[in-house]
Ligand binder design. Sequence first.
Ligand code: G6P
Length: 472
Amino acid sequence: MTRADLVIVANRLPVDRIEGPDGEPAWRRSPGGLVTAVEQVMQGMDGAWVGWGGQPDLDLEPFVFDDTLLVPVSLSREDLRDYYEGFSNGTIWPLYHDVIATPEFKRSWWDAYVRVNRRFAEAAAEHAADGGFVWVHDYQLQLVPQMLRELRPDVTIGYFHHIPFPAYALFAQLPWRRQVLDGLLGADVIGFQRVADAGNFQRSIRRLLRYPTKGDTVTVPTIDTTPRTVISKAYPISIDADQFLELARRPDVIARAARLREQIGSEKIMLGVDRLDYTKGIRHRLKAYGELLADGLITGEHVTLIQVASPSRPGVEAYQDLRDEIEITVGRINGDYSTVETTAIRYLHQGFPREEMVALYLAADVMLVTALRDGMNLVAKEYVAVRQDNTGVLLLSEFAGAADELGSALLVNPHDIEGMKDTMMRAVSMPVAEQTRRMKTMRRKVIENDVAKWGKKFLADVNALRPREVGE
Ligand code: G6P
């Protein structure tokens, strides 16, 4: 049995299953943010990654891919319905995003969540070296830290929460609120995106479990030994800025951006890039843009909106409804305001490779990030990173975690449609000197606080608790 010093546990493996050249199934690195983030931390370490292979009933043995031992966790169709689409994305996701959609509380979903979390914890327990470090990721696996601690009291456990942690009054709705808090408190270090998330978590701990908290620590009583101290604090995640800059300097990407601009033909391009998710405020953005066209303040020759909405969680009803709504709205706006020569909204329900995304970022004068609630929003940071000439405007929701660091963006409340319309107008007509001033400040922040620094900060706190350092 291969055992690793560093074990990552996440709902998904960092690879996608594809059809290889010979028609046989093969694996390809998936382009996600978490993969890049953790890859940096894993470099030079003996690492394993526990996760789901992306398809139902994939019963596979662990295998090595790019020097990492991948440990697939099998999920049946029923697990996917009740654990993934159900409790993770029908209960926790809407509840933790401030109830933008209504969370459903179903006991059968909770049972599946417990069952599947145990499966992940067991796989991690099996593959962690003696005294190793296990790093659990995100809301799908909140019970894993405690389950793992029971199985392997010798390992150090970290947990990073990529999405918001809600205010007490919302979290308190969850029928299994105590179990979730206990599950998380199995970790030694619990990381959140924003200071406000860590504050909400600690408030729930005090109110529901009555454990004392002080600064960044929670004191957890234990039956027979001295109380455990758990660190819970904010570690805002970031991007691999160098990797994005490298792409932005590639001649083929630059040429592609120029071609896009030319083909689109309008004076200005506004861009939205999101998973098709109700937390992203796509409807609010379309409403504001549609009204500007209706008011005659902009025309299709003047501004084009490109909206990339990558397909997401199509088995969940709220996502199906959202897709219908967005596509009706796009159709209406285009029907009313496109011309034979111009298209008001170019809507793409597709995912694109990173090169194409960077070309779009380079082509766009204004980037729209209007999330109603978002843990961080890395698209905002990606846009800023690639704008090497310091032009371009970021219109950013104050409800995205990125707003804490990117205060020089044009901050908006996406619920305020009039405010969004005014800010969009300001964005498309912003003088270059102002664009430069704002962009410079933001770029400095994103480039200095890249994902490598994020990983180092988290690991530094983990290592402070351990007899030997991770990676030694
Ligand atoms: C968010 C979550 C991730 C999740 C991703 C894609 O960023 O924080 O944990 O993996 O969305 O969602 P999916 O359900 O397709 O994994």
